[in-house]
Write a protein that binds this ligand. Sequence first.
Ligand code: PRP
Length: 186
Amino acid sequence: MEQNAAIYQDLERILVTKEEIATKVKELGKRITDDYSGKEPVLVCILKGAALFFSDLIREIDLPLTTDFMAISSYGSATKTSGVVRVLKDLDRDILGKDVIIVEDIVDTGVTLNYLRSMLVHRGAASIRIAALLDKTARRIVPDLQVDYVCFDIPDAFVVGYGLDYDQKYRNLPDIGVLSPKIYGE
Ligand code: PRP
């Protein structure tokens, strides 16, 4: 906490500690190792928020996996509900016939993942599962979205840290916290 004292002051409270994160990520890594035994899954990191979770998670998976990265952008909030997501950086490798695990930091409305899943199904992946660090189920507008692996169910609060940002800041906080409303002007 000491080295980040200034940015911790912008938090209303800490929601998930780095120790809790480490424990859950380790458990998830073990689960994926068991579930994909004998397979070589492709772990896909959705930039940027999932970068920290991704780097910790893949080190807890004891399989000959491969990695790839995708950057996407949702259109403005009004059009977001239409489910259109713009691909800023696509996967480098073909996923035809591959067992894909999409790694996300947070599922909110579910629109982004719903779109991504359909896109990767269309490209012929053998299987697709979703691993999310955080799930804000109260905000879901895609009711049938299946999130296969979730580390933490969280309330509908503005969370930052461990990869999650506000205006590109706070991604480097080791814990996950609720941002103080005074920072985003409420
Ligand atoms: C977040 C998150 C998902 C999306 C989830 O990304 O990483 O991609 O929002 O929202 P949804 O369920 O309502 O579609 P963000 O736009 O914050 O980008 P970032 O990962 O680069 O911070």
